[in-house]
Design a protein around this ligand. Structure first.
Ligand code: NAD
Length: 356
């Protein structure tokens, strides 16, 4: 791959190749932008088909984190680590401690966290070598499982979306289709029920469906039928790329707002939602509650303060929808504009006060 061409195109700051033969470590730390603060992003462990795939994944995910943190109003930049290896076979104390030393060597420019393929225990090993790690055990001052905070943020984002698309953020009597009743989806469904919404749900896990029927009075439908439900709001909380060629024409909702990452299969699916008058809550903004919670650890975790910041997603969504309306652009583009504008403004502030 043309690595420097890619770095130049998207304005990356730094890529660190981490290698330790004795520890079996082969990892890439990508730092996209530290204008707003240290680059924070998880550590993914995966059996990549090629080194280029691993590098590209680190780069792509790091840039995504810059936008997510900026839009969430956090004083953090974007970064990501990928470790090349099989999380089931290749983990060791030596590997994570070697990685921890690399992270320490960056002096705080990058802060890591859990991600696909890594766990709290892995973060604890990294923590033995560096303090630039979040998502460690509670004993070290962690904010714990981020899913409840993600769910709270998604719920507040749904309320803001309802206010704009349906004229009120009161969800009593509104029909909401929830796809996926996992750690986040079930908690979102519970908030919705408490707010008086009527739920239509789906999952591939029978236990989750039974619970939703019994505890939340939800109507259960087959996974393939969730898209065509006659509802006010569709909340994708399972998989990515659910707004795609096969599903987009079946939607009968006025709002798409849920926790899943990368909901639009392609950007132009966001354009189609816009043309059809379906309000799309950009995924990386509405699902930032977990990141906001993790970021709070950096100031010494305080659950009440973290919760307050997560609730701020309501206002962020309203600001974003206003940008989309005044600039007459789809909401997914407005999210990028919001993030880019914040970075550009703070870049200016910082350069103004540099001492020569
Ligand atoms: P999870 O694994 O706990 O839940 C996913 C649920 O989706 C499971 O109950 C699973 O059975 C169900 N599911 C899988 N395939 C399905 C299908 N075809 N149809 C219907 N249901 C299906 O995951 P989670 O932590 O709740 O995360 C849900 C989504 O939110 C993911 O896309 C994740 O990337 C995103 N997200 C999560 C967090 C977080 O804090 N956990 C933060 C940001 C984004």
């Amino acid at each position: 791959m043309d690595l420097f061409g890619y770095l130049e195109k998207y304005d990356y700051e730094q890529v660190v190749f981490c290698h330790d033969e004795a520890a079996g470590l082969r990892a890439i730390i990508a730092i996209h932008d530290t204008t707003l603060g240290p680059a924070l992003g998880g550590c993914r462990m995966w059996t990549y088909a090629s080194e280029d795939d691993a590098i590209l994944d680190a780069l792509r995910l790091a840039r995504g984190m810059t936008y997510k943190a900026a839009a969430a109003g956090l004083n953090l930049g974007g970064g990501k680590t990928v470790v090349i290896g099989d999380p089931k076979k290749d983990k060791s104390e030596a590997l994570f401690r070697a990685l921890g030393r690399y992270i320490q060597s960056l002096g705080g420019r990058y802060i890591t966290a859990e991600d696909v393929g890594t766990t709290v225990q892995d973060m604890d090993l990294i923590h033995m070598e560096t303090r630039f790690v979040t998502g460690v055990s509670n004993a070290y001052g962690s904010g714990g499982n981020p899913s409840p905070m993600t769910a709270l943020g998604v719920f507040r984002g749904i309320q803001a979306s309802a206010k704009v698309a349906l004229g009120s953020d009161d969800l009593a009597g509104r029909r909401v289709a929830v796809q996926g009743l996992g750690s986040v989806g079930y908690a979102v469904a519970r908030y919705l029920r408490e707010a008086g919404a009527q739920l239509v749900v789906t999952d591939i896990n029978e236990d989750a469906l039974r619970r939703a029927r019994e505890e939340l009075g939800a109507t259960v439908v087959a996974p393939g039928d969730i898209f065509s439900q006659d509802v006010d709001i569709f909340a994708p909380c399972a998989l990515g790329a659910v707004i795609n060629d096969d599903t987009i024409d079946r939607l009968r909702c006025k709002v798409v707002a849920g926790s899943a990452n990368n909901q639009l299969a392609e950007d132009w699916h966001g354009d189609i939602l816009h043309q059809r008058g379906i309000l799309y809550a950009p995924d990386y903004v509405i699902n930032a509650g977990g990141l906001i919670n993790v970021a709070d650890e950096l100031e010494g975790y305080n659950a009440e303060r973290a919760k307050g910041k997560v609730e701020g997603i309501y206002q962020i969504m309203l600001d974003l929808y206003r940008i989309a309306e005044t600039q007459r652009i789809p909401t997914y583009q407005a999210a990028d504009h919001l993030a880019e504008a914040r970075i550009a403004k703070l870049k200016q502030v910082r350069s103004t006060y540099v001492q020569h």
